[in-house]
Each structure stands twice: as structure tokens, then as C-alpha cells.
Design a protein around this ligand. Structure first.
Ligand code: BEZ
Ligand code: FE
Length: 304
């Protein structure tokens, strides 16, 4: 097609996608072009503004490294990560709700024994405990529990100068025969997401703060169940209602209590006074997750 103008350009690009062999790639390509062109027609950027947008994306890419993922931060702060999460996790009501993964997960974290101290950094002690069960409360033994969190200063281990070679405040456990998990660590604080790059400049320009409320991350997996990617948020945090990545759900907020010496509610002996976080996880059946996904895609067939 020749002589395109600010309207006919959209059909011209979509016409070139007609030979695409994969229906899904074609559907995504067409939708992207339609929405992107509508966005540009809506905003009517100047040539300088478009050039600034290209520079912003270029800098976002250049900022990425083994321990810094600026594109995930961009997706998170624009609400896209939580949108993708919501679309993919229409789980039964009794299942624990999901939230963002975030950029600080490390594949194959250090394996620890139940009850171990997992964080060598300074900070108030925290005892974490709870159970992993199915949606009816039947305990799941041998579930893999990955956890990671910031320290009392609001930093993740990978943000330190030794990066991936100094992992602490993260671990992998397996639940016991009663589906229980428990470990010792330090109390995490609220923190700003990394904001010394293009995403931080975007937040500034938009008049937004960069903070996330204090939380402990979990990924829980067991055969036959939907993997659960979630956090437990600490009640009373000042940023619960303005999380910069929109990840907070009421059902994931719990109060940290003070526990003196003796047995915890989960039945574990504690030698020193500590803060205590108790949270029980319920995993959705994999079959259920699959059924919900397939019925949704047949109820909302992709538009061609
Ligand atoms: C996090 O919770 O670790 C996180 C999530 C999104 C952006 C930055 C950090
Ligand atoms: Fe986090």
C-alpha cells in the first residue's frame, strides 16, 4: 500500500501481517499495532517527544544486568504485571491469592532445613511459620517453599556489593509430613524499588513515590497443584494503600505479633523473644486451574 496517512497506516501494517503462519502471533501483532497506533493518535507526540520515548526504552534495556531487571520494574509500575497475574490466576475463592513475582527472585535458592536461621544481616528477629494445604485444608507434605525478603534497611541481598555471591534472606524448604513450614529470619522493612534509573525518573515525572510495603515473598509448588507466587504483607505498614506496583490484597495482610519464649501457635519451641508471622497457604488444584483457564478462553474467543 502506498500514500498512507495518519488513518490508513494502521490497515497497511495489519495487511502485511496476513501472511503470518501462527494465528496467535498474528492476533498479538494486529492488536499491538491497533492499540499502539491509537495511542499515538491520542497523544500526538512531537518529534522530540517520540525521540525521548525511544531513548527511555533504550536506557531501560541498557540498565538491565544479572541483578537488575528494569523492564520488569517498568511492567510492575505501569500495573501490567498485576494485570497479567490477574488474567492468569482466576483461582477458587479458598485458594491463597497471587501477586507479583518482582525482580529479586533467584532461581535455585539455598536449600535449608526447617527451623534454620536464613538471614545473617542485622535486624529484629522474625519467626515465620504456617502450613501448606489444599483448598479444603488437607496438609500437603513435601511442598517446595521458596522465600525471600528485604532486610530491616529495605534491601535485598542481591542489591549488596557482592550481588549473587552473597545470598541471604532467602531459602528453599520442604514442608514436613503435616504440611508445616517454619524458619527464622529478620524482620523486613518497606523499601523503595530501585529508582536510580529510567523507571525512577518516570515515577518522579508522574509525581509518584517508589515504595512497596514490607512483605515476605513466597513461591510454593507441589505436584498436582497450581504453583503459587505470592507475598505476605505486614499489617500496619504505611504503604499498604499506595504500593508502587499495585500488589497488595487484603487476604495477604497479616499482623506480626510479639512472642516470648516457649511454644509458638504452630507448636515450635522458641528460645528467645521474637516477632512472629503465622500464615497458612492454600493451593488450588492444578486441574481446577486448567479448567478455569480453558473455559475462559472458550468464553472469550480471540478476535481475528
Ligand atoms: C519486590 O517485591 O521484590 C518487587 C516487586 C516489584 C518491583 C520491585 C520489587
Ligand atoms: Fe519484595
Amino acid at each position: 500500500m502506498r500514500n498512507v496517512d495518519d488513518r490508513s497506516i494502521t490497515a497497511a501494517v495489519i495487511e502485511q501481517l496476513a501472511r503470518c503462519a501462527s494465528p496467535r502471533v498474528r492476533q498479538i501483532g494486529e492488536s499491538l499495532v491497533r492499540h499502539l497506533h491509537d495511542f499515538v493518535r491520542d497523544v500526538e507526540p512531537t518529534q522530540e517527544e517520540w525521540s525521548a520515548a525511544i531513548s527511555f526504552l533504550t536506557e531501560t534495556g541498557k540498565m538491565c544486568s544479572a541483578t537488575r531487571q528494569e523492564f520488569i520494574l517498568l511492567s510492575d509500575t505501569l500495573g501490567v504485571s498485576m494485570l497479567v497475574d490477574a488474567i492468569n490466576h482466576r483461582l477458587p475463592q479458598r485458594a491463597t491469592q497471587t501477586t507479583v513475582l518482582g525482580p529479586f527472585y533467584v532461581e535455585r535458592p539455598p536449600e535449608r532445613a526447617l527451623g534454620d536461621l536464613i538471614d545473617t544481616r542485622e535486624g529484629p528477629a522474625l519467626f515465620c511459620e504456617g502450613t501448606v494445604s489444599d483448598v479444603n485444608g488437607k496438609p500437603i507434605a513435601g511442598a517446595v517453599v521458596d522465600t525471600w525478603h528485604s532486610d530491616a534497611e529495605g534491601f535485598y541481598d542481591v542489591q549488596g556489593k557482592d550481588g549473587l555471591s552473597a545470598l541471604t534472606g532467602r531459602a528453599r524448604f520442604r514442608t514436613d509430613e503435616n504440611g508445616r513450614y517454619w524458619f527464622r529470619t529478620v524482620l523486613p522493612a518497606f523499601y523503595p524499588i530501585p529508582h536510580d534509573g529510567p523507571v525512577g525518573r518516570m515515577l518522579d515525572a508522574q509525581g509518584r513515590h517508589p515504595f512497596r510495603p514490607a512483605h515476605v515473598h513466597f513461591i510454593i509448588e507441589a505436584p498436582g497443584y497450581e504453583p503459587l507466587v505470592t507475598h505476605v504483607f505486614l499489617a500496619g505498614d504505611p504503604y499498604l494503600d499506595s504500593d508502587v506496583v499495585f500488589g497488595v490484597k487484603d487476604s495477604l495482610i497479616t499482623r506480626v505479633t510479639r512472642h516470648e519464649r516457649g511454644k509458638t501457635p504452630g507448636g515450635h519451641a522458641v528460645e528467645q523473644p521474637t516477632n512472629l508471622l503465622h500464615f497458612d497457604f492454600r493451593l488450588a488444584d492444578q486441574q481446577d486451574g486448567r479448567l478455569r483457564r480453558s473455559s475462559e478462553s472458550s468464553e472469550h474467543p480471540a478476535s481475528a
